[in-house]
Design a protein around this ligand. Structure first.
Ligand code: ADP
Ligand code: ZN
Length: 260
């Protein structure tokens, strides 16, 4: 090989090494920046990536009881609107009874209003059930950057096999009292009478916990999970994972506490 050819090939190889080094440096730098920003924030908003019945509601409830978190559960909020028979409630019911997602604009405006109303609280926050689409995720990140820069943001993926959660959803019973909304499982001996242990209301099965609707909710979830993960990755946000398969709520709470 003549010298000129050798020189050009060497140059190309060196440039390639340099370029890939730059990309790596930029990526690690971007991540470091996000992590640094997060540790500088006094307040953190957590969200869970979790399939329906994947334990996000239970963990959120434990975090309220034991760790002094405040939680917005979009599902519970929507069910309260439905129980109050408001116009918004009727609109929400149309989507929820079929296992479909409520339109992004409606969800985003309700979450935004809630976040702005609690922004002066010092407690850590969980958004249970939000963001659920990449549009919601992007809007949330934009809102945090523009209006709530004092908040950090962490995404926790709760991993469970689908068969385990299908069974849990079919056996789930809930308290329809809109102030209570406690959640139980038919395998719990304490609820053989079918009454809520907190407020004595007759427990019911959620309309969307029927098998055909559960399937629709899983389809919707897994489609959106991919988009959500891409959206977080493109924003340089790490996704942290907790394996929740076959664990008790207290163990899951312990695993969550360990990473706080
Ligand atoms: P699960 O996680 O068990 O499906 P949720 O209580 O979180 O239950 O949600 C129930 C329903 O409320 C969803 O199937 C959907 O119709 C609606 N919903 C809740 N959160 C959102 C959201 N962020 N975006 C769109 N729809 C939502
Ligand atoms: Zn109750």
């Amino acid at each position: 090989m003549n010298l000129v050819k050798k020189f050009i090939i060497n140059k190309i190889i060196l440039s390639l090494i340099f370029l890939s080094g730059c990309t790596f440096f930029n990526k690690t730098n971007k991540n470091k920046e996000v992590i640094k920003n997060m540790s500088e924030h006094k307040k953190t908003i957590f969200t869970f990536l979790s399939a329906p019945g994947g334990g996000k509601g239970t963990l959120a409830q434990k975090a309220i009881d034991k760790l002094n978190f405040i939680v917005l559960s979009t599902g519970d909020l929507f069910r309260q609107y439905i129980a109050n028979s408001t116009n918004i409630g009727l609109e929400l019911k149309k989507y929820m009874d079929k296992g479909e997602l409520v339109p992004d604009e409606l969800v985003i405006s309700m979450v935004k209003e809630w976040l702005l109303s609690i922004k002066d609280s010092d407690k850590p926050i969980i958004l249970d059930g939000f963001p659920r689409t990449s549009v919601q995720a992007k809007k949330l990140i934009e809102l945090l950057q523009k209006n709530l820069p004092e908040f950090g943001f962490r995404v926790i993926k709760l991993e469970t096999p689908q068969e385990e959660i299908t069974e849990r959803l079919i056996n789930r019973r809930v308290c329809p009292n809109k102030e209570c909304q406690a959640v139980y499982n038919t395998s719990m001996p304490e609820i053989t009478e079918g009454k809520c242990l907190k407020c004595d209301t007759q427990l019911i099965q959620r309309a969307d916990d029927k098998p055909e609707i559960i399937k629709e909710r899983f389809d919707v979830y897994y489609k959106n999970e991919k988009e959500l993960i891409n959206a977080y990755e493109s924003e340089g946000i790490d996704i942290e994972t907790i394996n929740v398969s076959k664990k008790t709520p207290n163990t899951i709470l312990q695993n969550f506490t360990d990473i706080l």
